[in-house]
Design a protein around this ligand. Structure first.
Ligand code: MSP
Length: 499
């Protein structure tokens, strides 16, 4: 296994407040980082997130708010930083594309690629969608509406700079074919491969004339143009963790990234533009790009205009951080779309958290209090009992299964891991019910009672360790309540929500 793990989230646009979609990718990245820290140690994991602050969207939102783009970005970025704090997101670095370290690297990349003749200027005539910041050809723009957002396109004619995407198409196809883990899940791998095999890549327009957009990084070889926001933003993944030396060689402790987590909406940019940009720079592509599904509301997209945007802060205030984190990672397989609703969340809360996990911890602590005066009995777990044995076997299987499901493998089967953990929780709860410890106590079978409690203590400690990346606060609370030698009983971890 690799000795280091470098994981990233997309850089979120600062034109609007963060919503549950943004929090989804970030929580997933946090979970994987925490898991990989357990395995590789703190110092070998690097978790990067940040904000995408240039471009038309931000310039326009700032204008509407009567602020300069920088003032506007400075204000909105706080919302992201505060939300990540609230959600216990343990990033190592937060990069903003308006920072010096980033703009310098972008300009360096442009210089290198220009010198290598990978960037050239040409007159562009065609159709442009300002909201999407995307160019379309005559054929694509049949009805003069944007094929993506359906808004009217603008006819433009201007000189721009282009990056030679097309030159590297065959290389990319070969690379994808040779690296089955490059794009995940497999459905997205197929999607990209098919796209590359069926379409001819156009060169990418990487500039915007200043008179049309001035909120961007100036091209070093043409100060009348700024850099296209996507070309700018993707570079963050290298600008945050390394620098180009005088000879133009990129030096970094962390590159290549082990995992770029993204939503399925931005797969093309990450799986086509970005690896080609890196290849043109003689840099290695990221090991894996994982594109997850979308959270929808009653099967429709969240949007301001529909007024159905869910605020992560509101959910956290209502239900608690870990409940929110648990729900997002448990309810839907990571690669698929899912519907977000409070009803679904409350259902999970009451069944998985209150009834199953909360109950197991609470009843175990109660028994330790009642039968052993709050002291955890000493001794090692000897599983003579067949149920206890089955639990042990299940835990051993899980230890083998988790690394294949999370992290270094590039897979993100959060829900599968949690399902497995809950099988163990349910087995342990059933073990309590079947053993009827109150009878053992009545009959004074202290040794049996002790053996029984020790199995439960072992199970809870194990669960606490496994759920830590998913629910850090709950794990800490369990650890505090079930101390090394004695317990410190508090209230139930998840008191049921009554409708
Ligand atoms: N700034 C670009 C990314 C540049 S990366 C170098 C961008 N920003 S964004 O603010 O629009 O964020 C997009 C990302 O937010 C998605 O890829 C996904 O990670 C997350 N989500 C936004 N809406 C989402 C849902 N409804 N559901 C799940 N995640 C989605 O694109």
């Amino acid at each position: 296994m690799a000795k280091k793990f470098y994981i990233t989230t997309p850089l979120y646009y600062v034109n609007a407040s963060p919503h549950i979609g943004h929090s989804y990718t970030t929580i997933a990245a946090d979970c994987l980082s925490r898991y990989m820290r357990q395995i590789l140690g703190e110092e070998n994991v690097w978790f990067l997130t940040g904000t995408d602050e240039h471009g038309q969207k931000i310039q326009r939102a700032a204008g509407a708010a009567g602020l300069s783009p920088q003032e506007f970005a400075d204000k909105t970025v706080l919302q992201f930083e505060n939300l990540w704090k609230t959600l216990n997101v343990s990033y190592n670095d937060f990069i903003r594309t308006t920072e010096d370290r980033h703009t310098k690297t972008v300009q360096k990349v442009l210089e290198i690629l220009y010198a290598k003749k990978q960037i050239y200027s040409a007159k562009y005539e065609g159709w442009y969608c300002t909201p999407c910041e995307t160019f379309w050809t005559q054929t694509q723009a049949q009805d003069q509406n944007c094929p993506d957002c359906r808004r009217p396109l603008e006819k433009i004619s201007e000189t721009n700079y282009f990056f030679k995407l097309s030159e590297h198409q065959d290389w990319l196809i070969g690379y994808v074919l040779q690296h089955q883990d490059f794009i995940k899940p497999p459905s997205r791998y197929e999607e990209v491969l098919r796209f590359l095999e069926l379409n001819k890549l156009n060169d990418l327009c990487i500039s915007r004339p200043k008179e049309r957009l001035n909120w961007g990084i100036p091209l070093p070889f043409s100060p009348d143009h700024v850099t296209y926001v996507w070309f700018d933003a993707l570079i963050n993944y290298i600008s945050a963790v390394g620098t180009f030396d005088k000879e133009g060689k990129y030096v970094s402790k962390w590159w290549p990234a082990d995992l770029h987590l993204i939503g399925k909406d931005i797969l093309r940019q990450h799986a086509v533009y970005w690896p080609i940009m890196l290849h043109a720079l003689d840099l290695e592509p990221p090991r894996t790009i994982f594109a997850h599904g979308w959270w929808l509301i009653s099967d429709t997209k969240m949007s301001k205009s529909r007024g159905n945007v869910v605020s992560p802060l509101e959910m956290v205030n209502k239900f608690g951080v870990d409940v929110y984190r648990y729900f997002l990672l448990r309810d839907v397989p990571f690669g698929l779309d899912g519907n977000f609703s409070e009803e679904a969340l409350v259902k999970r809360f009451n069944s998985d958290l209150a009834n199953d996990l909360g109950n197991l911890v609470y009843r175990t602590l109660t028994m330790i209090e009642k039968y052993f005066g709050g002291k955890i009995p000493e001794g090692s777990v000897s599983a003579k009992n067949s149920q206890a044995n089955a639990i042990r076997v299940k835990i051993e299987q899980l230890d083998i299964r988790i690394p294949g499901n999370l992290g270094a493998s590039g897979d993100c089967n959060f829900n599968a891991v949690l399902e497995n953990v809950w099988e163990i929780i349910n087995m342990a709860n059933k073990y309590v019910e079947d053993t009827k410890p109150w009878n053992l106590d009545k009959e004074n079978k202290i040794e049996e009672l002790k053996a029984f409690i020790l199995v439960l203590v072992m199970v809870i400690r194990k669960i606490e360790h496994i759920i830590l990346p998913f629910m850090p606060q709950t794990a800490a609370l369990i650890k505090e309540q079930l101390g090394e030698k004695e317990i410190k009983k508090g209230g139930p971890l998840f008191p049921r929500i009554e409708k």
